[in-house]
Design a protein around this ligand. Sequence first.
Ligand SMILES: C[S@@+](CC[C@H](N)C(=O)[O-])C[C@H]1O[C@@H](n2cnc3c(N)ncnc32)[C@H](O)[C@@H]1O
Length: 279
Amino acid sequence: MNYLHGFHAGNHADVLKHAALMALLTYLKAKEKPLFVLDSHGGRGAYDLTAPEALRSGEYQQGIARLIGAADAPAPFQPYLRAIEAANPRGGLSVYPGSPVLVARALRVQDRLVACDLHPKEAEILKETLYPWPRARVEARDGYGALRALLPPPERRGLILIDPPFEKKTEFSDLADAMTQAWKRFPGGVYLVWYPLKDRAGADMFLSRIKAGGMRDATTYELFVRDPEAAPGMAGSGLLALNASFALDPAMDQIGPWLAARLAQGPGARFTKTRLTAE
Ligand SMILES: C[S@@+](CC[C@H](N)C(=O)[O-])C[C@H]1O[C@@H](n2cnc3c(N)ncnc32)[C@H](O)[C@@H]1O
């Protein structure tokens, strides 16, 4: 396990993922009923954008740094922008909040978060970071194991974020296996899964297994910031959402094209929404 999210925090992929996460949470909290959130690959929770790894990669400068304070941001993007501002109370942009912190800050008294990370150090730092939020619990464990152990939740209303590091060649097939099992256990859950678009064939294999697995209301939202052939590196990433089109479609219809324009690094920047299976 060599992956360290500190190199990538706040990049275009984080912006896409976290803007969708915040739009979904905003929608789900409109109902009073308790909500359970499972963040299977949580990371350390907060990232220092002045740290050598963030400065060396410079990825956040092509991501969140281009958007902070944007006057033309669409309304569904506002919960995410407000959350980034809340993580930087003195203004500027020195801290990037990871998914567990974004969720923990959004929890109401009736809600609950379990965030997992297999890396013992990341999990330890996450525990310290989430200390102020008693409704948030950290488990140092395999995220796919957590899906098996914790679904379905007693609340019967759940948002499951799956954001693996894609270090292993088998990650797409591991993810498809895990999704198939999770869906069987908890078909009513709202799922948000992030995937990189470096290996189109791998991503398509994963998405075809989602279709074949009978999962309902599956939609993908993909953002490229440039033509993937133009230069090495990750030119784009996607989100697979299940049971979420009612909330995410209207939000991403506004957020996606705006991000493609604002985060473009060259020709080929685009946003695409694809409905994989019907509701
Ligand atoms: C992309 S990062 C997560 C970022 C985080 N979701 C966010 O948005 O702020 C992936 C994380 O998964 C952790 N990880 C790697 N393999 C794992 C596994 N099998 N189960 C849980 N966590 C794992 C890594 O240590 C890393 O912190």
